[in-house]
Design a protein around this ligand. Structure first.
Ligand code: UD1
Ligand code: MG
Length: 462
């Protein structure tokens, strides 16, 4: 029978070297917490339970996941286990073990975010009720890691922590990734025998390796060579380096899907981006959440695009910010436009510089080319909103809706005071303040009549 497997993720440590009040496993990589990466990766393994050991900032860690909506974290939450005092990795595993019923346990670290599912699957495939299997890394930079000490027969004898190594051991190039597969019943027994007689005064999980060896219990290694896969995050420099690595992977995915990137090092993806053919992406772009770019979409320099769907042929010009918008085909947005949540644009819509939209639906061919605020508004096809038009949607207490018909023309610098309706083909004279309905085809003039005063005297008498 195949052995059952449960997963324990260690995430209770303080992360002092981060020099941050945020618990380490909540620091973001690619826009989501380190721990989220691990949880997502293990969710797809064949397992019968996931336990996360938390301690430092436990409430903050738990609520970051429990209160998030499922689109942010599309995986089930773990069983949270509290380790009140952080007495070491062995002690941490011990806190989770009473809840474990499986034959084998896979232990991972919450601060090693980029381990691949394929690697874990290979490791899990080796599980049985007896063997201890360490995921090891062959590296020419073993500093900081526990070293794998092998005996004359080539078998693993012990793991010696960096700070406990002898000068010869320090030169060993095979190290502990921190990821280990352990037989549950034996592990219980071994953990009960751990002591804190080491440089850090901690109960080391790694000490169980020597115990297993001494008992003649099987100990093996699965070795990998890509150090980034098991790169831990212990300080902000490591986090920044890992972020660059992660982003380069995201950029490669975009390139492979056929998106032309002006510079793969100057686009950041903090979420998922789907692209059609012939997409062009200029420099200094941040994508967040779920973004889809249709065929031939062009994103100009310095844009931030979050949770947006942009249809074929549309162009975002320099400095445009899009958040929560659905944009139709062949639109031209920006430069320096801001589309906020609830914006829905039809086809061939033009939104120009310094135009802000929120809860705004614009029909095909509508235009607002300069300096507008368009909030809680529906705008018909081919309507033209002049420069400086403000939709006053807020009366200080409530938001109100404005409905603007097809082919309406709103002259420059007009204010439209909601709730309001401008029927099809209405025409608003420039500089008007409009607070009541304009019937179809009417001209509305809502401004003081101009008076010219001849022969007046300027102050100062000249
Ligand atoms: C650990 C391993 C080391 C390995 C390295 C790989 C041990 C003793 N050492 O060292 O062999 O090469 O990872 O990155 O296991 N944690 C708890 N509770 C505690 C202490 C730690 O939950 O009481 C968690 C931390 O939050 C972290 C993980 O365990 O996620 C590893 O702890 P850390 O202090 O980072 O160990 P390393 O020194 O990196
Ligand atoms: Mg570590």
């Amino acid at each position: 029978m195949k052995p059952t497997l449960e997963i324990i993720i260690l995430a209770a440590g303080k992360g002092s070297r981060m020099r941050s009040s945020l618990p380490k496993v909540l620091h973001p990589l690619g826009g989501r917490p380190l721990l989220a990466h691990v949880l997502e990766t293990v969710a797809s393994l064949n397992h019968s339970g996931i336990h996360a050991v938390i301690g430092h900032g436990a409430d903050q860690v738990r609520s970051a996941f429990d209160s998030a909506d499922s689109s942010d974290f599309p995986f089930p939450g773990p069983n949270w286990v509290l380790q009140e005092r952080q007495l070491g990795t062995g002690h941490a595993v011990q806190q989770a073990l009473p809840a474990v019923k499986a034959d084998a346990v896979l232990v991972l670290c919450g601060d090693v975010p980029l381990v691949r599912r394929e690697t874990l699957n290979r490791l899990a495939a080796l599980a049985d009720a007896e063997s201890l299997i360490v995921l090891t890394l062959n590296t020419d930079r073993p500093e900081g890691f526990g070293r794998i000490v092998r005996g004359p027969d080539g078998g693993i004898e012990a793991i010696v922590e960096d700070r406990d190594t002898s000068p010869e051991q320090r030169r060993i190039g095979e190290v502990n990734s921190g990821i280990m597969l352990l037989p549950a019943a034996r592990l219980r027994r071994w953990l009960g025998r751990l002591d804190r007689d080491n440089a850090q005064g901690e109960y080391y999980l790694t000490d169980v390796v020597a115990m297993a060896r001494a008992e003649g219990s099987p100990v093996r290694a699965l070795s990998i060579n890509d150090s980034r896969e098991v790169q831990g995050v212990n300080d902000l420099a490591q986090l920044a380096a890992l972020e660059r690595h992660y982003q380069m992977g995201k950029a490669e995915q975009l390139l492979a899907a056929g998106a032309r990137l002006a510079d793969p090092a100057r686009v950041d993806v903090r979420g998922e981006v789907a692209t059609g053919k012939n997409v062009e992406i200029d420099v200094n772009i941040v994508f967040e959440g779920k973004v889809s770019l249709g065929e031939g979409v062009r994103v100009g320099p310095n844009c931030v695009v979050k949770d947006a769907s942009i249809a074929a042929g549309t162009e975002l010009l320099a400095g445009t910010c899009v958040d929560g918008a659905v944009i139709g085909a062949d639109c031209r947005i920006g430069p320096m436009a801001r589309l906020r949540p609830g914006t829905e644009l039809g086809e061939r819509v033009k939104i120009g510089n310094f135009v802000e939209t929120k809860n705004a639906r614009l029909g095909n061919g509508a235009k607002a080319n300069h300096l507008c605020y368009l909030g809680d508004v529906e705008i018909g096809e081919n309507a033209n909103i002049g420069a400086g038009v403000i939709v006053c949607n807020y009366d200080g207490a409530k938001k109100h809706q404005t409905v603007i018909g097809n082919r309406v023309f709103v002259g420059s610098n007009s204010v439209l005071i909601a709730p309001l309706r401008l029927r099809d083909d209405a025409f608003v004279a420039a500089g008007s303040a409009i607070g009541s309905e304009v019937p179809a085809g009417n001209l509305a003039v809502g401004r003081a009549r101009q008076r010219n005063i001849p022969r007046w005297k300027r102050p100062g008498g000249r």
